[in-house]
Every structure is written in C-alpha cells, then in structure tokens.
Design a protein around this ligand. Structure first.
Ligand SMILES: [Zn+2]
Length: 323
C-alpha cells in the first residue's frame, strides 16, 4: 500500500513499472493492495461515475468505465467500488492514505492533473490504448483538469449541502480532522455537479436544445451549459444529479431560461414570455436570438428526456408568465 508521499510524488518511471506489474497479473480476484497508478485512476474515475450508485444492490448497474478499469487491473468491479468508497471516506477502515490523498487531489487540481497525465502517459507507453483506458478527465484550454458547472453552485445552498454531507461523513469516519471532513464533503458535492453537467451535455450531443448551437470546434470554452430545469438551490440530492432535470443550452438561452423569459411545457413546446415576445419587435438583437433561431419544440436528447415534473416546476416557479 503506497504512502501518501509515494502517491503524491509518483514519477513516470515508477508509473511504467507499476503498469508492467499490472499487465503481468493473470488471476482474479486478487488480494494485492492497490498501487499508486490504480489509486490515481480510481480518484479520476469519480469524475465519470458515482460509487454510491453502482455498488451494493446496484452492482449489476456497472458503468462501462468501471468495467474497463476492472478488466485492466484484473480486479472485480466490487473491489473498485470499495476502493472509491474508501477514498471519499464513505467507508471506514480504508488505507491510511486514502482520504488524505483524495483530499489533496481535491485541493490541488494542478497536482491532480500532473499525476493523472503521468499515469495515462505511462499507460500509453506500455501499449495500453484508449479503448482499454479511456480518458475520464475534462480539461481546460491550458490542459488542466476542470470540473464542469461549478459556477452553478450558489454559495448559501452549497454551504448548507456541505454541512449535511460533512455530518454524514463524520458519523462514519474516524480518521479525518474537521477541516478535511469539510473539504471532502464539498468535493463530493462538486463532483456530483460535474457528473451532472457531463451527463447532460453528452445526453444532448453537446448542442443547445433551444437553438442547436454546437460549438464542437471550440470545446472547453464554456459556450455550452448544463442548466438545471428545477434549479440546484431548490432541488433535493436526487434531483440535483438527475440528467432528466437538465437541458444543454448556449449561454443566451440558458440565461433566458434561468430568469423565466422562456419555458418548456410537458409536450416540450418552447414558450416565450409576453415581455420577450414584445421585445422581438422592439429589439433587433432580441429578434436575432429569440426569433426564428429559437426552436418551437425542444430538441430531443439521446437518452433522458426532461421530466415533466421538473418542467412543471419551472413554469410554475420560474417562468414570468403563465402557460
Ligand atoms: Zn441556444
């Protein structure tokens, strides 16, 4: 079991050596402790999957990313699930370095990016391609790991949610001090928002559902936003993470939806508020963005269509008119 210092200081050469030993594994299941390469990837996996949603009784709902890592590591998917729960402090009795490492990676995204890059680079050098080890991490223009949709987390409700998550962690976990418990709890919520945004953008094929704006040649520029239909601040824990509570939007239509100038009914028809309708004739810019550019019905997503309950909530509480 690597120490915290060994994890934080992983070098390319060590990573290649560890991959070499992983590739020599032949039997499953194994009791072998997780090495640094595996721990870094389990940390990165949080950006794609929530370990609380596929373990235990839901172990049959294994996300593809987990199945791939399990194959690569010659471990069971259950083992990876448990390792992730140890890392975020949900299970007691993990390795001594698990929670401190997860915490350190949450606090320093540059260090996390560097370690993740080191592990993936070493994997590619050892002949492990993207089909066996896909890239779980979104990056900004400078190549650093980013978490999507963080500006959608309002301060007050976020602080309340962190309090609740920290209390849950404290009830189960003995090792961490208070400051660490709060950081780990906050990271849990931020990762949830990241996965929500990732799922919603993917669900809509990275295209605005209101106008079909699709900045695929300009990825990572925040030109596409995963909007909550029922806002994050008003949603419970399940609603906050539900892809059926999300719509991919360009910034213009996201803002209009957010303040209730447009809404969507149960039949996915897009409605303009009276004031917006009026502006169409008064303002060329408004006409340009909200005239024929705005679809009459929402573009259908690939999987999770918007849930009628969330849509009803939006026209009742956010939309400035009645429909
Ligand atoms: Zn749009």
């Amino acid at each position: 079991m690597p120490s915290l210092a060994a994890l934080l200081d992983l070098t390319d050469e060590e990573a290649r050596g560890q991959w070499g030993r992983i590739l020599q594994r032949v039997h499953r299941p194994r009791q072998e402790p997780y090495n640094s390469v595996e721990v870094v990837l389990c940390c990165a996996l949080f950006r794609a999957v929530d370990p609380h949603r596929f373990g235990g009784r839901n172990i049959h709902l294994i996300p593809e990313e987990v199945a791939l890592l399990a194959d690569l590591f010659m471990r069971s998917t259950r083992s990876i699930n448990i390792k992730m729960l140890n890392l975020d402090g949900s299970r007691p009795n993990g390795a001594a370095s698990d929670v401190p490492f997860y915490d350190a990676m949450a606090a320093d995204h540059r260090h996390f990016t560097a370690l993740y890059e080191c592990v993936v680079r070493a994997a590619r050098q050892m002949g492990i391609g993207p089909s066996r080890l896909p890239d779980f991490v979104e990056r900004d223009t400078a190549g650093y790991a980013v978490m999507l949709g963080q500006d959608r987390l309002p301060q007050g409700p976020l602080a309340e949610a962190v309090e609740v998550a920290a209390a849950q962690l404290r009830a189960r976990q003995l090792a961490a001090d208070d400051a660490q418990t709060f950081r780990v709890a906050e990271q849990k919520i931020r990762l949830g928002q990241h996965r929500f945004a990732r799922n919603v953008l993917e669900n809509y094929g990275h295209q605005c559902a209101f106008c079909e704006f699709a900045p695929r040649s300009l990825p990572r520029q925040k030109l596409l936003i995963a909007s909550h239909i029922k806002p994050w601040r008003d949603s419970n824990d399940v609603e906050r993470l539900d892809a059926a509570n999300g719509i991919a939007s360009c910034p213009m239509h996201d803002a209009a939806f957010d303040v209730g100038l447009i809404t969507v009914n149960g039949g996915l028809r897009v409605h303009r508020a009276g004031s917006l309708q009026h502006s169409l004739t008064a303002d060329v810019g408004v006409k340009h963005n909200f005239g024929s550019t705005l679809r009459s019905t929402l573009r259908l997503p690939r999987r999770a269509a918007p849930d009628r309950t969330y849509l009803a909530w939006h026209h009742e509480h956010i939309y400035v008119d009645a429909i």
